[in-house]
Ligand binder design. Structure first.
Ligand SMILES: [Zn+2]
Length: 295
C-alpha cells in the first residue's frame, strides 16, 4: 500500500471510530427517546412542577393522589399509587412530614430520585404548609427546580428559565398582597387547621385560635367551648373555614358567638383546574378574602 493509501486508511478508521462514539453516546441517553415521568405527591407540588416543566415536550407530569385528597396528613399509599411510582423517574414531594409514606416509597423504589420541596426551609414545629406563603414558597419552587436540573440535566436550561418566570409572577403577587393587606383595621383571625401560620407571619396577621388542633381530627366539645371563649375575650369575630373540610364545627362556633365565616383556600384540591396558574389564582383570591374579612 502506498503512503497515501495508508494515510487514507488511518483517516477512515478514525472517522468510523468517531461516528461509533457519537451514536453510542446518543443511544445511552435514557430519557431522550423514552421521555421522563415526574410524579408529584399532591396538588400544590403538582402545580409547581407544571410551571417548571412548561414547554418541555418529553416530560410527563402525573399527580400521585386524587386532586380532591386535600392535605396528605395520614394519607396511606394505595396499590395503584405504588404502580404509578414504579413508572416514575422522579418523585417530587412536599416533605416536612406532609408525606408520612416516604419510607415506604424509598423501600419499594430504591432507584427513584426523590426531590423534597421543603428541604432546608426553616419550618414551624410539625407544620408542612410552606406553600401557603409567598417567601417560603419561592424557596420551595427553587428547591424543586434545582432538583429537576440535577436529575435531568438535559433540560436544565429550560427548568431554570421556567423557574425565573414563575418566581417573577409570585414576587408580583407578593407585592400586591403586601399593599392590599397594609393598614387593615384588624389583623386578628381564627383559622380552621394549621395551614396559614406562614402567611400570618409574612403579613403580620395574628392567629388567635385554630379550630382543628390535630389534622383531620374534629374538635371535641371542650375545644369548641375554648374557641368560643377566645372569641369573647379577644373580640375577634372572623372565622376562616377551608373548603376541603366539614364546616360543622365552625358553624357551631359562629352560632354561639355571632362571628362571621369566610373561606380560605389551602390549595390542596383543584378548585381552579389543573392549570399552571392555579396557585396564583387561589392566592390572589385568599388575599382578597382576607382584605374583605378584616376591613
Ligand atoms: Zn394541612
Amino acid at each position: 500500500m502506498s503512503f497515501y493509501g495508508k494515510f487514507f486508511k488511518k483517516i477512515l478508521v478514525f472517522f468510523c471510530c468517531f461516528v461509533l462514539m457519537i451514536t453510542g453516546v446518543s443511544c445511552t441517553t435514557p430519557t431522550a427517546n423514552q421521555g421522563l415521568t415526574i410524579v408529584s405527591s399532591f396538588y400544590p407540588v403538582y402545580i409547581t412542577v407544571l410551571n417548571l416543566t412548561e414547554g418541555i415536550g418529553d416530560v410527563n407530569v402525573i399527580n400521585l393522589t386524587p386532586y380532591t385528597t386535600g392535605c396528605l396528613h395520614d394519607y396511606q399509599l394505595t396499590t395503584q399509587n405504588m404502580k404509578t411510582l414504579e413508572t416514575a423517574h422522579i418523585f417530587v414531594q412536599n416533605g416536612a412530614h406532609m408525606e408520612s409514606f416516604t419510607d415506604k416509597v424509598v423501600q419499594n423504589c430504591p432507584d427513584l430520585t426523590i426531590i423534597e420541596a421543603c428541604k432546608g426551609i426553616e419550618t414551624l414545629e410539625h407544620n408542612p404548609h410552606i406553600w401557603l406563603s409567598f417567601t417560603p414558597y419561592m424557596q420551595y419552587v427553587k428547591n424543586i427546580a434545582h432538583g429537576l436540573m440535577t436529575a435531568d440535566p438535559a433540560h436544565a436550561t429550560q427548568y431554570e428559565n421556567n423557574m425565573h418566570i414563575y418566581l417573577q409572577k409570585i414576587q408580583a403577587l407578593k407585592e400586591d398582597a403586601a399593599q392590599t393587606l397594609d393598614n387593615l383595621p384588624s389583623r386578628d383571625m381564627i383559622i380552621f387547621h394549621e395551614a396559614f401560620p406562614y402567611f400570618a407571619i409574612e403579613f403580620d396577621l395574628n392567629i388567635v385560635a385554630t379550630i382543628e388542633r390535630e389534622p383531620d381530627e374534629a374538635p371535641v366539645a371542650k375545644e369548641l367551648a375554648e374557641t368560643c371563649d377566645i372569641i369573647k375575650e379577644t373580640g375577634c369575630s372572623v372565622l376562616f373555614a377551608e373548603p376541603d373540610y366539614s364546616q360543622a364545627a365552625i358553624d357551631v362556633i359562629a352560632r354561639e358567638t355571632g362571628a362571621t365565616i369566610h373561606i380560605l383556600d389551602p390549595i390542596t384540591t383543584n378548585r381552579h383546574g389543573n392549570t399552571k396558574d392555579a396557585y396564583l389564582l387561589a392566592m390572589a383570591q385568599n388575599v382578597k378574602t382576607l382584605k374583605e374579612a378584616l376591613s
